[in-house]
Design a protein. Sequence first.
Length: 131
Amino acid sequence: MKAFQASGKRKRAVARATIKPGTGKVMINNGSLEHFSTPLARARVKEPLILAGKAASKYDVHVNATGGGPSGQADAIRLAIGRVLAEATPALKDVFLDYDRTLLVADVRRKETRKPNSQGQARSKQQKSYR
């Protein structure tokens, strides 16, 4: 068997996942999954692994996540793991799509750029009074 790679993005966060045949270990930024961020973020990251079941336990997963915040990174990691597992085991693609499309397809929403005369906000402008 060979290794597979995939990446995922969410807002400013980027995650790159690699899987190799192994015993089911999950490493995020050279640390165990159990030490990653908050319990909610860990639960989000575990979703594709739980759905894959025995297929995921045949692989060791290594993820490198950069940029963004804890929630954005968790969703980027979730997307990267979902994509790489679907690439390694094509039967999982339908399982992931039936459960949640964002396991395979990125959420393209990004932060709206700031505008002049708005003190760093995207839409609110400084009030003015003429009368």
